[in-house]
Design a protein around this ligand. Sequence first.
Ligand code: 13P
Length: 253
Amino acid sequence: MTNKLIYFIGNWKMFGDFGSIKIINKLHNFYYKFSKAHKKNKIILCVPYTLINFFQKKYKSKLISLGAQNCHHHQTNGPFTGSISASMIRKIGAKYIILGHSENRSSGDSIQKIKTKIKSALDEKLIIIFCIGETSGEKRKKRTFSVLRRQIKGSIDKKYNLNKIIFAYEPVWSIGTGNVPPKKELIKIFNFIKKEIKKTFERKTSPTVIYGGSVNGKNISLFASISEIDGFLIGGASQSSKKFIDIIKNYYK
Ligand code: 13P
């Protein structure tokens, strides 16, 4: 068990409606008591655009923070049909934003585009959850480290405020599959990511790096035993208050 700040971030993806407010309420009721005993953690829910403002109005407590899952690279208004800007996201009450998720990379988010999105979102004072990770093919070809290096260097500028960026290592082959990397591999990769960020951006303090990919109430004990992991980006299991609560409880067991 650790004494450092641990992030539990839910990525609801394209799930949820107004009735999903009950998930936040249940999570809140649990976390209200739990966080008094376990102070060093933070819960963030990154929900669909359609729910951010609704939740912001209905859920008055600030105990659980809200985030978005993507934005257009153009910072404010523009002729971009169907898109949402970082400025719009900030104005409806989100504090966090996921960028670079593999599900968006595979539908057109290039390294350069993600760089512009990060800049736009930082300018709007949003905190970035920046996803990086290799595909199964890249892993097979032993390209994990070079892929991670390219994704970090390509989308982050030295001038960006790194204190406002949470790095999320999400091996693409692990997302939604139930497969997770073994402990030894995770330690190696997390050390690599942290070293790479410190070296590239001449940073003295360690960056925040979290893990995402098939995290659940059972395998969380494996991750909890790895001190290099600063938190979790949780997909499927974050859409159920019970599963999300199990992850948090079991992390501290
Ligand atoms: P799962 O937890 O469903 O594998 O999803 C992980 C993810 O993509 C979070 O961003």
